[in-house]
Design a binder for this molecule. Sequence first.
Ligand code: MC0
Length: 149
Amino acid sequence: MLTRIDHIGIACHDLDATVEFYRATYGFEVFHTEINEEQGVREAMLKINETSDGGASYLQLLEPVREDSAVGKWLAKNGEGVHHIAFGTEDVDGDSEAIREKGVRVLYEEPRNGSMGSRITFLHPKDCHGVLTELVTSAARACRSDQAG
Ligand code: MC0
């Protein structure tokens, strides 16, 4: 079950300048930064609020580390802006399979590594009314499900 907006992914050319905009304009501070080589991004997570499912909602600022990455291609074509929305779930495997059975293209056979140790997959934007959609199970949740079972 999808229980929160986990994050909104925002593509930018200059991560440090964009982080500074969000800090100076809204007072949002960086909660976490990392480079995800597989996805080809350097990212900063800005925590906005905790959520009733025990998780949290973030803004995820994304700077491409390669021009041929998904975010690099997106930026070249569209410029800066909202790149994707991510829903949080305790069960990215089960929920992505259930969504695949509804005829929506799930981009990965198995969930991959996401921000802060999460497991992630994506749904094709052409099957989601133009919105690139990500499903996320956070590290704490993934660990809890492993222990449960
Ligand atoms: C592409 N399209 C989008 C889009 N990206 N539409 C809405 N939102 C987006 N972000 C549209 C294009 O405009 C095009 O439509 C069509 O989809 C095909 O796009 P393309 O430019 O030819 O590119 P493809 O087909 O090579 O790749 C698109 C695809 C790719 C969505 C499959 O970007 C992908 O695999 N994305 C998932 C991975 C990802 O985005 N990673 C970065 C975030 P037209 O009408 O022109 O044909 S990593 C992340 O977020 C991690 C770190 C985390 O959360 O932890």
